[in-house]
Design a protein around this ligand. Sequence first.
Ligand code: ADP
Length: 224
Amino acid sequence: MSRGAFLVILGKQGAGKGTQCVRLARNYAVPHVATGDMLRSEVRAKTELGLKAKAAMDAGELIPDEVVTAMVALRLDRDGAISKGFILDGYPRTVAQAEQLDTLLEPRKLDLVIDIEVPTGVVLRRLAARRVCLDCQAVYSTSSPPKVNWTCDICGGEVVQRDDDTEVAILRRLNLYEEETAPLIDFYSKKGILTTINGVGSTEVVTQRMIKEIDLALKNAGDT
Ligand code: ADP
């Protein structure tokens, strides 16, 4: 692949964004930039940002747009991701953030925005069962736990339920998704760079659906 991919992945909590983005990042050799993971690292390291963000995150509320955009801008600047490509997961989450991202990327444009569609009943079940590694953020579930005693298969870290995967916080995040993030679908659809894929199916099947769309978008961009 001579040119990186510039991608945004949308989808409600539990749609499988994190799992799919790790696979796509490997396939396209670009960094997976997940704002939730970055913020959780800040919380663990007790940085100024982490200390400020923790209460909002535990309650399922959003962090202010400017704060998250500044964090993403720093990350994209590292290793030249801003010119080589990236997969954004969990950002943008509001139309204001999407506008800030456009400004950040100028004159470059996103190649594709993929919305992973999964019915709410399915995501509620997935979130209640979700468990994550505290160290590397690998995702497990009560039905597919790590091999040994809630110790991460990949890095040996402790695998736990996230502080914000409580029923109240999950419902709050899903409501906010409808209010703040669903308008993004309109925003990107008007720009003609949005595609929706069915997120129900095995991990591999969903990855293949996404790769097909991305390859097509990259080919079209290469042809023009
Ligand atoms: P989920 O998709 O399950 O809500 P994430 O790991 O993406 O989980 O995000 C966890 C929390 O981090 C969010 O509930 C929010 O508090 C904060 N957060 C992550 N990304 C953003 C963002 N782009 N804008 C505002 N807050 C964010």
